[in-house]
Design a protein around this ligand. Structure first.
Ligand SMILES: Nc1nc2c(ncn2[C@@H]2O[C@H](COP(=O)(O)OP(=O)(O)O)[C@@H](O)[C@H]2O)c(=O)[nH]1
Ligand SMILES: [Mg+2]
Ligand SMILES: [Zn+2]
Length: 343
């Protein structure tokens, strides 16, 4: 039974993707906006229906219908001016139209990612994200501190993290012990860890299963194989082109807006180079402390209420490090990130 359901679902996903590609290809200049003069003709708008934001181009958005006869089709839409800025992954109520429809309401978000927009402002970049795939590799050598920064952000934005060691084909006797030690820290505190290779295909089936039914974002330092992994999972390279290629974005001044993709085997990806930059500077100390999930049971137990878990006597976190309940490396990361906070 399960198997049959899965393959039906796969076929539906693939059909949906193919429709979307065909539509985009037909538009030729998919990025070119429909002229503003063609405002929605209210007499030709379809029924109100639920949709999801695929991408926001500024003045216009691509909305995919989630129900009705046109389910799976993508519609170019304006949004009513009383709606706050919409981002990839947002659920909306919209009316399809030709050439443009209209978004009439935004539905509540489960969560969202945001980035600094200058002047101390933060702007949402993607919404309703279930999972953050933090990609590392034997080469370039992983920085525990960077992993910990992503984890703090994931906890803060309430997104489930997943550690992905890509390039498992490059694991050898020289690097195996160090990689195992690093990953053991995260396995021990309860984070899922997967070893995969976009090159050999090793572990990709397990990864696909983890992505199924979820909306994921991939992050990690340059060169770890994020694009290679995403391309292996989203086989139609043409779709990915320009959207997933960071190289293509260098030297351009426009920031490519985040875009939602459907994996053919299930699950969604929200991607754009900008979405992979997580910022922590605006977080407060309490958020940072809680971002280290294994610290939580010790918080509030230090001798001093305002303990910075640094030089203070009677620090419960330092005692936990001394007794090996908290990893030394995680504690070092915590201190390092703490130094970068604005307040
Ligand atoms: N050996 C090996 N190389 C890989 C693998 N995945 C990616 N690469 C290589 O790593 C380099 C960086 O990959 P890329 O996807 O551009 O990384 P990104 O910067 O994280 O997007 C490229 O030369 C890839 O061919 C893998 O699983 N095994
Ligand atoms: Mg890349
Ligand atoms: Zn303390």
């Amino acid at each position: 039974m399960k198997k049959k359901q899965l393959s039906r679902r796969q076929l539906w996903r693939i059909q949906k993707m193919q429709d979307a590609y065909a539509e985009r290809a037909a538009k030729k200049e998919a990025r070119a906006e429909i002229p503003l003069s063609s405002s929605p003709n209210t007499t030709q708008l379809g029924a109100e229906q639920k949709g999801i934001v695929i991408s926001n181009f500024g003045q216009q958005l691509d909305i995919e219908a989630l129900e009705g006869d046109n389910q799976g089709s993508i519609f170019r839409c304006f949004q009513r001016s009383n709606i706050d800025s919409l981002v990839a992954g947002d659920y909306v109520i919209f009316q399809a139209g030709d050439p443009v429809g209209v978004v009439i309401a935004a539905l509540p978000r489960e969560n969202f990612l945001e980035r600094p927009a200058g002047m101390g402002e933060l702007r949402p970049v993607a919404a309703n994200i279930d999972q953050l795939a933090i990609v590392i590799a034997p080469v370039p050598e992983p920085f525990a501190n960077l992993i910990d920064r992503y984890l703090v952000a994931a906890e803060h934005y309430r997104i489930h993290p997943l550690l992905l060691l890509n390039k498992s084909d490059l694991i050898n006797d020289d690097n195996r012990a160090a990689l195992d030690d690093l990953l053991a820290i995260y396995e021990r505190i309860g984070y899922p860890v997967l070893r995969v290779s976009s090159k050999s295909g090793d572990g990709l089936a397990g990864l696909k299963a983890m992505l199924d039914d979820k909306t994921s974002v991939f992050v990690g330092q340059s060169g770890v194989g994020k694009s290679a992994l995403i391309n292996a999972l989203l086989p139609d390279a043409n779709t990915a082109e320009g959207q997933l290629s960071e190289a293509g974005d260098k030297g351009r001044h426009t920031t490519t807006s985040a875009r939602l993709f459907h994996f053919p085997d299930g699950g969604d990806l929200i991607d754009s180079p900008g979405i992979r930059e997580f910022h922590l500077e605006h977080l407060d100390r309490e958020t940072l402390e809680n971002g280290f999930i294994e610290f939580r049971e010790y918080l509030g137990r230090c001798k001093f209420r305002d303990c910075r878990h640094d030089k203070e006597p009677g620090c419960s976190l330092k005692a936990a490090v001394a007794s090996n309940e908290i990893s030394e490396a995680r504690m070092a990361s915590f201190r390092l990130i703490g130094q970068t906070l604005e307040n």
